[in-house]
Design a protein around this ligand. Structure first.
Ligand code: PLP
Length: 572
């Protein structure tokens, strides 16, 4: 490839790129294009010139000659350097008005970059474009003397990527495990996402970076690695804060998972606030994690649990819930999304109704956060809990969000290092938030993995993700409905996420799951840690297929066909 490409070469470059057929060829082309960039001085690799919103490091330095902009730029990732070179060939040596008017989106379309790039890469590319355009706009809008190119520059969380199923191959390419085949050479269709999701390469890399780059304990030492690791951990806390729209990082407590978070609340808040005669309202569709800690609290404190029923249409009986509320209700603990039915509960309305009686509201968001950002302030929930492993991050990490005033009023739960301000022979005083509830060495790499996981979900966006899941689960429901003796447990499609639980009359779920497993289809069978719900449904076990952002319509077809085959096989 020639030395640095200029705007005049753009149509040639375009023609060459369009000719490329495979992803590998495009990657190679971009890497070679990146090599044509002139050397980038180290002195410019600073925060001032860094492009916010890129997964890799990208720096863009503008030079203004009085008429035109000339850009110098680089990245630490070879393929991204190719994208940088492409942008420079478009924008460098241009007047601000030309930069602003350049039809970049249609060029990206022509080059097939919109479908080829993964959501994170695409977001990064758009961040670069935005930064260059802001430089141009700064010259155009001389009326704003305080213009700062970096001001207000944020990740655009919902790029126009189009429906996920149209770019599913680029998404799947981000998840190395999806290339794995079973013993018969069949690719595994992983439909057990409600139990735990898979991880994209960016999350895997973030974990290995910790251990191969700078691992040390956090919030203790002042040496370089300790500082780097602590900063990364706190950057994850900030990412979580942003993702759930909490006001303050102090409200984000890292735990081992949703279960640990609920136990924290039950012990630290529950023991201090509940007494005999008080009532706890939970629904019949709760996971055991949102049942047993409250049952244990009742054993300790003598309070009572009351169950909000599930209606025949598999939604929560809101009217009944309202009628059960009273001055005795001290706590409402409710799941935002059922892990068995997929039902999405009206959390905001429930919190408002509960607050009218002065009750505290705990939301189990373990099945909500995998589908994208949530808004704890809009819900007005007092506590919200979830786990990393269901939302692309590592296992072993979770979050307990609590309103600051509540967390401040609560005594610490577990004691040990990190959670103290001082310790004497006579006692201790507790640290401030959030450390008061983070005793001992935390799951460091696991916490750090939350940030890239969140960034991945943000790059896709909640609406697009839900649209994809509904496409898949809708097809699964339509397919299963055609099979004899299949009973599904599902509310209407517009009130659920990508989970479908079902049973087959006369055939045990284990047998169905075994046949599917032999065909490379991974589903879950059992009570899914929701025994009370199963007893309400009148079954001991159900089969559950749960779809996620990397599942394909082909996998749904394989799944439905295999359930049909299993029924025929097992009915003989
Ligand atoms: N709540 C719900 C709705 C769940 O689906 C799960 C896990 O399946 C949990 C809580 C518990 O999560 P963890 O096992 O990660 O603590």
């Amino acid at each position: 490839m020639d030395a640095h490409v200029t705007y005049a070469d753009l149509s040639e470059l375009q023609d060459e790129f369009i000719e490329l057929e495979t992803a590998d060829e495009r990657i190679q082309f971009l890497i070679e294009l990146g090599q044509t960039l002139p050397a980038f001085p180290d002195k410019f690799c600073t925060e001032e010139f860094r492009v916010v919103g890129c997964q890799s490091m990208v720096w863009i330095v503008p030079k203004w000659d009085g008429e035109q902009f000339h850009f110098q730029a680089s990245s630490d990732a070879p393929m991204v350097r190719g994208l940088v070179a492409l942008l420079l060939s478009i924008y460098s040596g241009k007047e601000p008005a030309v930069i602003s008017a350049f039809p970049i989106e249609s060029l990206l379309e022509k080059l097939h970059l919109k479908s080829f790039l993964s959501p994170l890469r695409s977001n990064g590319l758009h961040s670069m474009i935005r930064q260059i355009r802001q430089y141009a706009e700064s010259k155009q809008s001389a009326s704003d003397p305080h213009f700062s190119p970096k001001r207000d520059l944020q990740l655009d969380r919902a790029q126009d990527l189009g429906p996920l199923h149209l770019r599913i191959e680029s998404i799947r390419a981000d998840f190395p495990i999806l290339k794995v085949q079973n013993e018969s050479g069949v690719p595994i269709a992983y439909l057990d996402n409600a139990a735990s999701s898979q991880r994209p390469q960016s999350v895997i890399d973030s974990i290995s970076d910790v251990f191969s780059g700078h691992y040390a304990n956090v919030h203790r030492s002042g040496h370089e690695w300790a500082v780097a690791t602590t900063e990364k951990l706190e950057a994850s806390r900030e990412a979580v804060r942003r993702f759930i729209h909490a006001s303050k990082c102090e409200e984000i407590i890292f735990t081992a998972g949703a279960t640990a978070s609920i136990n924290l609340i039950a012990f630290a808040w529950g023991d201090a606030n509940l007494k005999s005669g008080d009532e706890i309202l939970i629904s019949e569709m709760e996971h055991h994690s949102n049942i047993v800690p409250w049952q244990q609290l009742c054993q300790r404190r003598g309070c009572t649990i009351r169950w909000v029923p599930v209606r025949a249409d598999y939604t929560l009986d809101f009217e009944r819930f309202e009628s059960m509320l009273s001055n005795k209700t001290k706590l409402v603990a409710i799941t935002a999304v059922s892990n068995v039915l997929g039902t999405i509960n009206p959390v905001r309305q429930m919190a408002a109704a509960a607050h009218a009686y002065g009750a505290t509201v705990v939301v189990d968001a373990a099945q909500a956060t995998p589908h994208g950002s949530i808004d704890v302030r809009e819900w007005d929930a007092d506590f919200v809990v979830f786990s990393g492993h269901k939302m692309l991050a590592s296992s072993g990490v979770g979050v307990c969000y609590g309103k600051r005033s509540l967390l401040e009023s609560m005594p610490p739960w577990q004691g040990g290092g990190s959670m103290i301000k001082s310790v004497t022979f006579d006692g201790f005083s507790a640290a401030g938030l959030p450390h008061k509830f983070e005793a001992g060495t935390p799951p460091i790499a696991e916490i750090i993995s939350m940030k890239p996981a969140i960034e991945y979900l943000e790059a896709i966006g909640h609406d697009r993700l839900m649209e994809h899941e509904r496409l898949l689960v809708g097809r699964a429901i339509a397919g299963l409905a055609k099979l004899d003796r299949v009973q599904m447990y599902s509310p209407a499609l517009d009130n659920k996420c990508g989970v479908i639980s079902f049973s087959v009359e006369g055939i045990h779920g284990e047998e169905i799951a075994r046949v599917l497993d032999s065909r490379g289809i991974a589903i879950r069978v059992g009570h899914h840690c929701a025994m009370p719900l199963h007893s309400r449904l009148g079954v001991s076990v159900t089969c559950r297929a749960s779809f996620y952002l990397y599942n394909t319509t082909d996998e749904v077809s394989r799944f439905v066909e295999s359930v049909g085959n299993a029924i025929r096989l097992l009915s003989r």
